[in-house]
Design a protein around this ligand. Sequence first.
Ligand code: ZN
Length: 370
Amino acid sequence: MQAREIATFLDDNYNTFKNNQLFGRYITLQHIQPLIDNLPSEFQIAKAGESFQHRKINSITIGAGSKKILLWSQMHGNESTGTKAIFDLFNFLLNDTSGLATTILKNCTITVIPMLNPDGSEVYTRVDSQGIDLNRDAVDQKAPESKLLNKTLREINPHFCFNLHDQRTIFSVGNENLPTTLSFLAPSEDEDRTLTEGRKITMSVIVKMNEVLQHLIPNQIGRYTDEFYPTATGDNFQKAGYNTILVEAGHFPNDYDREITRKYNFIALVSGIYGIATSEKLTNYKPYFQIPNNEKNYLDIIYKNVFIESEKITIEVGILFKEELINGNITFTPFIEKTGDLSGYNANTIIKHNNRFVPTRKHLDVFIEK
Ligand SMILES: [Zn+2]
């Protein structure tokens, strides 16, 4: 199937594959364990290990092909969009009759760790229960979760890895007042960001994903800076010869539950894996560099035409939301990120006042009061 056909088919039929038992941002082990326990026998389910607080870390394998792929999600506990997309992918692999899933399962063996950091997921934090950022622990491997991921990597010896994350609502790639919905990165292996053969292959998989997604969300796909992070998982895995694709799920207009982003994340996974399944050689890496770089120029709200009487100036007020787990719900608490001339910024919501007056700068807090 060609990119356009894949895009249309997956977009049109997404609801038949979506796992409706998962919703929103707060996804914990309690949400996914029953789904894992109920997976049919096509899936091999194993306990890969335990977190620091002794929560189970599951590993799920499907497929019979020679191309080995390892995916993991929620390495950062509060980044759950990839996890939802993984369960949609499972439904797709079981139920798709278009031929896409058959081709994937014939050519690939896919192992998934859907929640690498169940302790952080429980309390909705990026870090694990020891305060360790697992994506900066690839060298030291202080956390049991990092050791487990590394052990799984060595055991499986995959040709490709998908490292699934969420990014904040602060990125955009164009001037269309749209946020970046998905970002990709082929991580560097050294400070010089050398274009190694491995990175070219990783980039070529991203190109496959981008070709499909361009038909659906053309101005909402970004590329991350490939600055080398010496302790990051992707950089170290790529350096060790495991081609690792970083996927960052971002914002879609008004989709704070990331349910629309989830669909595009799912489509990205299917496109990337299908690309791997159907390619003898992955050499078309150059279009990777045509994916625009992420810019940090997107906010949750911009209030325009705010007049500060004491200073006799008109400014704009830029708001971001802080996500917090309060009584089992994710709450979005506004705070003032930037004030002044925000003409270089876009936002999910732009409120144009006809001269809103505040006596002094101190009174700008009216914009974050509930
Ligand atoms: Zn992350």
